[in-house]
Design a binder for this molecule. Sequence first.
Ligand code: MD6
Ligand code: FE
Length: 225
Amino acid sequence: MSREPPLLLFEPEVIEGAPASGTLEPLGEQAFVLRGFALPSAPDLLAAIHEAQAAAPFRHLQTPGGLTMSVSMTSCGPLGWTSDPKGYRYTPFDPLTNKRWPPMPPSCLALAQAASRAASLGDFTPDACLINRYEPGARLSLHQDRDEASLDAPIVSISLGLPATFLFGGHARGDRQIRVPLYHGDVVVWGGVDRLRYHGVLPLKEGVHPVTGAFRYNLTLRRAG
Ligand code: MD6
Ligand code: FE
């Protein structure tokens, strides 16, 4: 049987080497890649990252197991995600500066709401935006996102800069994973029955992106409180 053609969300825009912009690719029943969905907002999002990092610098967090994460992180919005030898949690204050996290930029909020609607996951008002910065070699090992108080809200994840390979598995750590290439401007949205699926990011390959240089950025918006 032939597959349905992908659903067009908006007028396509071409990026070299990347799948066609404007397509909605299913990863699960309630998990999708929205190709190129963040391209129109990319300049605003990158300016927002720049502003956030001036107030809340990127840092390599320690895991409860005592390892240093290869991805550097910061946050914006009312709640920020943090990790140290005592555990993972969301906090209203940045432990590095003891100040509130920088505000969530309107461009992030608007994009998260639009992406959730485009994926038929309903109204979404995130209160936390985790900002990940990958340099070549940085990776994120297989995990579930389960530190949020509202597990019924979806997660919206925006990729900017160098491409990465995203691993998307099942509900058990050992379940088979699919490999999903993510490019500048792609948005992953998942919720509902897929909300607790294991996922990770393979080590970032060396490269130079015209907009972000040697980095990949990922913004992950959640309802944490
Ligand atoms: C990343 N993303 O793409 C890491 N988590 O850099 C995540 O860990 C993630 O993309 C939950 C939902 C979507 C994600
Ligand atoms: Fe995650």
